[in-house]
Write a protein that binds this ligand. Structure first.
Ligand code: NAD
Ligand code: MG
Length: 385
């Protein structure tokens, strides 16, 4: 069989390496076009050699000499810088896995969409920031967007065979993160080390902090709003500490469909790699008897205002989700660097949202301009904290 071509943007990250783990299981099935990272030159070069990639790209140009050196004699092309990321994504693969973290992944993801192939989207910040600019490009270029995010992948699976007009509710489940049961006082003193220790999932630092603040669920609410056109009022969030039910769809006849699985990103990633078929994974089978109980409770927006802020930003629409996302990215980085307290992350985002309301962006360039301006304002705020 002719191999399918694949590019992985953010190949050295948590989602990227899980993807390559699955690709490794199917020798001969895939031809690797591009593998990218921000820096991590040695790691990227090792992967590019192992998978005989056509090109390896670092987003940070300063890491290009190291990448070149590590790829000497391999026959793999090396490139660096944000424009090189876009060019690599624009080479077009049958499947592009968008797994860069943050709005930094937006331009390369858009470049992949413009090639009209299939894009497996993990990079939620890109869709949250670009919103209709991205969904319109998907339609215009007849691209296919498959959600990798476990909740959205679950919803996507529960919608197969159903009709979107028959949906009464879409319920996103949330683990509640490591601070689920912490008091407001204790939250104010939470450290970066405590925030990145997720009880169920092993993930990159940024999404781990997002999970602790519940901004992850807020971003996912906006992501779901764009992926599944049922309207914001039909999207709900429920806390489910065991992370076994990955999300649910309730139809108007009262039937609720749910997707269950282990807390292992290889399951949703595999479903996008094999879609519309299925593939084997090495994931632990789901042992419900060992898990024993599945519990659910309403989210607490007093202690975790992120989901309220995200809903408000989605309701306002236009540029506001991009502003929310940019302010959150800056605040998370400041928290990880020890510059602001945990509880200031949401407070900073709320302040930026109250002060900065640019007009709706109509193009990728305008989205990036909103993102850039929101970032500089957020940085000023964190520096003055
Ligand atoms: P990660 O930090 O582990 O990896 C991020 C990848 O992006 C790395 O390869 C890194 O080198 C690259 N990168 C970072 N900054 C970059 C920049 N400025 N330019 C170019 N490349 C850059 O992150 P992750 O946990 O794998 O998450 C990736 C995306 O997937 C995020 O948007 C996250 O929200 C989403 N996601 C992750 C998980 C998970 O389990 N990790 C689950 C659902 C969704
Ligand atoms: Mg998720």
């Amino acid at each position: 069989m002719h191999p399918r071509s694949i590019s992985i943007l953010g190949a050295t990250g948590s989602v990227g390496t899980s993807t390559l783990d699955l690709v490794r299981r199917e020798p001969g099935k895939w031809r690797i076009v591009a593998l990218t990272a921000n820096c991590q030159a040695a790691e990227l070069a090792m992967l590019a050699r192992e998978f005989s990639a056509e090109i390896a790209v670092v987003g940070d140009e300063r890491c290009l000499p190291d990448l070149r050196e590590a790829l000497t004699g391999s026959g793999v092309e090396a490139a660096g810088g944000p424009a090189a990321l876009v060019e690599a994504a624009a080479r077009g693969a049958d499947l592009t896995v968008a797994a860069i973290v943050g709005c930094a992944g937006l331009a390369p993801t858009m470049a992949a969409i413009e090639q009209g192939g299939t894009v497996a989207l993990a990079n939620k910040e890109a869709l949250v920031s670009a919103g209709e600019v991205m969904t319109a490009a998907v339609t215009r270029h007849a691209a296919t967007l498959l959600p990798v995010d476990s909740e959205h992948n679950a919803i996507f699976q529960c919608l197969a065979g159903g009709h979107i007009d028959d949906v009464r509710w879409i319920t996103l489940t949330a683990s509640g993160g490591p601070f689920r049961d912490w008091s407001a006082e204790r939250l104010a003193a939470a450290t970066p080390a405590e925030a990145v220790k997720h009880p169920n999932w092993s993930m990159g630092a940024k999404i781990s902090v997002d999970s602790a603040t519940m901004f992850n669920k807020g971003l996912e609410l906006i992501e779901a709003f764009h992926l599944f056109p049922v309207g914001l009022e039909r999207l709900r969030i429920i806390v489910h500490p065991q992370s076994v039910v990955h999300s649910m769809v309730e139809y108007r006849d009262g039937s609720t469909l749910a997707q269950l699985g282990p807390s292992d990103m290889r399951v949703p990633i595999a479903s996008t790699l094999a879609w519309p078929g299925r593939m084997d994974t090495a994931c632990e089978p789901l042992d419900l008897a060992a898990i024993g109980e599945l519990t659910f409770r309403a989210p607490d927006e007093e202690r975790f205002p992120a989901t309220r802020l995200a809903r408000e930003a989605a309701q306002a629409g236009g540029a506001m989700p991009a502003v929310l996302n940019a302010a959150n990215e800056v605040a998370v980085a400041a928290f990880l660097a020890g510059q602001i307290r945990f509880t200031r992350i949401a407070a900073h985002v709320e302040e930026i949202l109250a002060r900065f309301a640019p007009p709706p962006p109509a193009s990728l360039e305008e989205v990036l301009a909103v993102d850039g301006e929101a970032r500089s304002r957020a940085r000023l705020l964190t520096e003055s904290a």
